[in-house]
Write a protein that binds this ligand. Structure first.
Ligand code: ADP
Ligand code: MG
Length: 337
């Protein structure tokens, strides 16, 4: 008798949730990325009890058409790529079609959405549809996640203290806001506003919203370009430092990524200007040929594989080094704020 069988969809989703949804901040990241992919101009994130009680993301984006709402919760179902060719030039933040089914398999989820005409409200718990009805909502999508990991006790145990989980949530929303100055973001915890950005497209003002006006004033604009790469962003003056690398944000083609080598190049660009154990505040956006970037390395898509990584590192280091040297020669007042 055959012993090998396909797993039930809900079980398969719970297994992939293990990779995509590690903690409350992963839910926030996936929901905000979906909101960004839907061309939202305003994204409001409300969490309570560090996301363990509720996570709610409200957007004013494209919404999901009524007949597509349940498809959004199917495994590997996506509207963002169609074929193999698309995979090598992904423009959206999502493309694996895993986030919503994964989240719904380990939590209680209510999604309310409207693409303009009739709205829909669907409620899933542990991957099963509890309820679906027509609802009257404005265009956009609101996802509310409760009871995260209620049916995966091992994962719940792995969740750290509320302070750590909230720091992780703040960290990811900060970086997504910094990646999208054209989108107005807000983050509130237990009803208290933690930060908001104006969404006027101005990067330095976005930095001011996220890290405060005084810090944003101590930053220098950088811009450089060669045959392979275009860089732009803001780097802190050597006097503005932090004790953690958390304040270095690198974006590749609009996607916030984690890359140790590029962080190292940024720090190296400061030469001897930084004290040991101190790190600058940096937001650096890199545009390059998408064919040189493989985002399909890890389900959370924060690690990417880069061809020409060392060339890019050298270019970043050089650009920062020169910008700081130039500032020492002709310090200019920062009058944009
Ligand atoms: P992916 O983002 O990889 O496509 P998800 O599971 O995150 O997979 O979402 C599945 C689909 O649901 C998306 O492809 C998109 O069509 C739709 N969707 C999810 N969230 C939103 C949103 N906030 N606004 C509009 N459409 C959304
Ligand atoms: Mg997604």
């Amino acid at each position: 008798m055959a012993k090998i069988h396909e797993l039930a969809e809900v079980l398969a989703n719970q297994i992939s949730a293990g990779e995509v949804i590690e903690r409350p901040a992963s839910v926030v990241k996936e929901l905000v990325e979906n909101a960004l992919d839907a061309h939202s101009r305003q994204i409001d994130v409300h969490v309570s009890e560090a996301g363990l009680k509720t996570i709610q993301v409200i957007d004013d984006g494209d919404g999901i058409a009524a007949d597509d709402v349940l498809n959004a919760f199917k495994r590997h179902a996506t509207s963002k790529i169609h074929n193999r060719k698309d995979l090598f030039k992904v423009h959206s933040l999502g493309f694996r079609g895993e986030a919503l089914p994964s989240i719904a398999s380990v939590a209680d989820v209510i999604l309310e959405t409207s693409a303009g005409l009739v709205g829909q409200r669907v409620h899933l718990r542990g991957g099963q549809v509890v309820d679906q009805k027509v609802s009257t909502v404005r265009k956009g999508t609101t996802v509310t996640v409760k009871d995260l990991f209620f049916n995966t006790p091992a994962r719940l145990k792995y969740v750290k203290s509320p302070a750590t989980e909230l720091a992780n949530i703040s960290d990811i929303v900060n970086r997504l806001a910094l990646s999208h100055p054209e989108v107005a973001f807000s983050l509130a915890h237990n009803g208290h506003l933690l930060f908001k950005t104006a969404g006027n497209g101005h990067l330095q003002q976005t930095i001011a919203g996220v890290y405060g006006v005084n810090n944003a004033k101590k930053m220098l604009a950088v811009r450089a370009e060669n045959l392979d790469f275009k860089l732009h962003g803001f780097i802190s003056l050597p006097e503005l430092t932090r004790s953690s690398r958390r304040y270095i944000t690198v974006l590749i083609n609009g996607r916030y990524i984690k890359n140790f080598q590029l962080n190292k190049a940024i720090i190296a660009g400061y030469g001897s200007k930084l004290m040991v154990g101190r790190f600058p505040v940096v937001v650096l956006a890199i545009d390059m040929d998408p064919l040189l970037v493989d985002v399909n390395v890890h389900p959370a898509k924060q690690e990417v594989r880069l061809s020409k990584e060392s060339e890019l590192g050298d270019f970043i280091q050089q650009t920062i080094y020169q910008r700081i040297a130039q500032e020492n020669l002709i310090p200019d007042a920062n009058e944009n704020l």
